[in-house]
Write a protein that binds this ligand. Structure first.
Ligand code: SAM
Length: 293
């Protein structure tokens, strides 16, 4: 079906919990393959650039990926003084790795992505994100992050869990055993960031994942950010810390000294992202710690 300019006039829609859906006008299918784990598609959209979908769920779009990837990386890495070793679980598009590698103190990044087809698709069609995967500081492992966390004996300053929703191979990434293993891989001052879904649509997932994190971390917080391409527009990350506080231990001078140019993250956004509306505080009462503003 094409429009008057002979452009594909198809709408790709993602439905969330069978109660809401979002549509993106597609102009061209750039990649489509069924891997051992999921259907992997990259489409050229009319208004959001290149878009990666796994099993029909939007992972990243070129238009708004900078928000998610700056917030998953810079909030923990600027809370720490000179982080050097970072583990990324998932993140096959490479956007998280790109932002982590912009920190000059980072010497080693290990990225554990279960699906080689996601990496293949993004290397071919989303170079603005996957270009970082060739950085000599990065080691890319194509394996299950759950199994990696069970057997790894390296220590990391930060672990960033950039996973899909808790379905299929990603489901165990939200479990207690996995968080216990990750806690064991973190240095005494280590921080774990976990993709923690929609505060509007997924409070039950959040309650479960944060209660699973509680026993292994001194502090468990949540921070939010806005996104164009995830259901409801408000999304979140869990901030689980063995020590540092994202507010008290955050020195905005580190951001200034880094001379990092960003499009979403800045010291004010860093702090403000931990300010929570009442419904989130109520939904997660007793499971997360308030931050000391
Ligand atoms: N930003 C996206 C989101 O919030 O949904 C996630 C981006 S990234 C593409 C998610 C990646 O997690 C996928 O490529 C998927 O293959 C990977 N993944 C899922 N389960 C995994 C596991 N057990 N180990 C490693 N990677 C996994």
């Amino acid at each position: 079906m094409t429009d008057k300019n002979d452009k594909l006039n198809l709408w790709v829609t993602e439905t969330h919990k069978d109660i809401v859906s979002m549509g993106f006008r597609a102009e061209e299918t750039l990649f489509s393959k069924i891997s051992e784990y999921q259907q992997v598609d990259v489409i050229k959209t009319a208004g959001h650039g290149g878009m990666l979908l796994n099993d029909g769920i939007v992972m990243v779009s070129e238009r708004d990926e900078f928000v998610y990837h700056e917030m998953i990386a810079h909030v923990p890495l600027f809370t720490l003084a000179g982080p050097e070793r970072v583990l990324i679980i998932g993140g096959g598009d490479g956007g998280t790795a790109r932002e982590v590698l912009r920190h000059m103190t980072v010497k080693r990044v290990v990225m554990v992505e279960i699906d080689a087809v996601v990496v293949e698709a993004c290397k071919k069609h989303l170079p603005s994100m996957s270009g970082s995967l060739d950085d000599p500081r990065l080691e890319l492992l194509i394996e299950d992050g759950v199994k990696f966390a069970e057997k790894c004996n390296e220590t990391f300053d930060a672990v960033l869990i950039d996973s899909t929703d808790p379905i299929g191979p990603a489901q165990p990434l939200f479990d207690k055993e996995f968080y216990e293993n990750i806690s064991g891989l973190l240095s005494d001052n280590g921080i774990m960031i976990s993709q923690s879904e929609s505060p509007f649509y997924d409070p039950e997932i959040q309650r479960s994942m944060f209660s699973n994190q509680r026993p292994f971390f001194k502090k468990v917080h949540i921070y939010t950010f806005s996104t164009l391409t995830y259901p409801g527009g408000l999304w979140s990350f869990g901030f689980a810390s063995k020590g540092p506080c994202p507010i008290k231990d955050f020195d905005p001078g580190r951001v200034k000294d880094s001379k990092l140019e960003t499009r979403y993250y800045n010291p004010d956004v860093h702090r403000a992202s931990f300010a929570l509306p009442e419904f989130i505080k109520n939904d997660l009462a007793g499971l997360i710690d308030p931050v000391p503003f």
